[in-house]
Design a protein around this ligand. Structure first.
Ligand code: SF4
Length: 99
């Protein structure tokens, strides 16, 4: 498992922001259950991500849930698998439309 070869797909997961977190307000959103979460950009990544380098722009201020994420753990592997599958499906669709 190597984060350098990953598109930071863990930053596409829903991130609940806790009251003790110190995240700038413009990066926050409210989900359908009324929880405070990290907002997302149009492509589905957390709004705090630098889309060119896929790095967290608030790394020292990132929410506790991000600090606790288990790199290489079950959630990491699952989200990477799902992302790879989505990318594969998209390229299949694209090659069908533009053979
Ligand atoms: S706050 Fe940073 S580490 Fe957490 S999901 Fe957003 S970009 Fe990723």
């Amino acid at each position: 498992m190597d984060c350098r070869r990953c598109d930071a797909v863990c930053c596409r997961l829903s991130v609940t922001v806790m009251p003790d977190d110190n995240v700038p307000g413009y990066l926050l959103d409210t989900d359908e259950n009324g929880r405070t979460v990290m907002a997302r950009n149009d492509e589905g990544w957390c709004a705090a991500i630098d889309p060119y380098h896929l790095r967290c722009t608030i790394y020292t201020q990132r929410p506790a849930i991000c600090r606790q994420f288990d790199m290489g753990g079950d959630d990491c592997r699952l989200v990477r698998q799902d992302y790879r599958r989505q990318q594969h499906d998209l390229s299949t669709i694209f090659s069908t439309i533009h053979p």
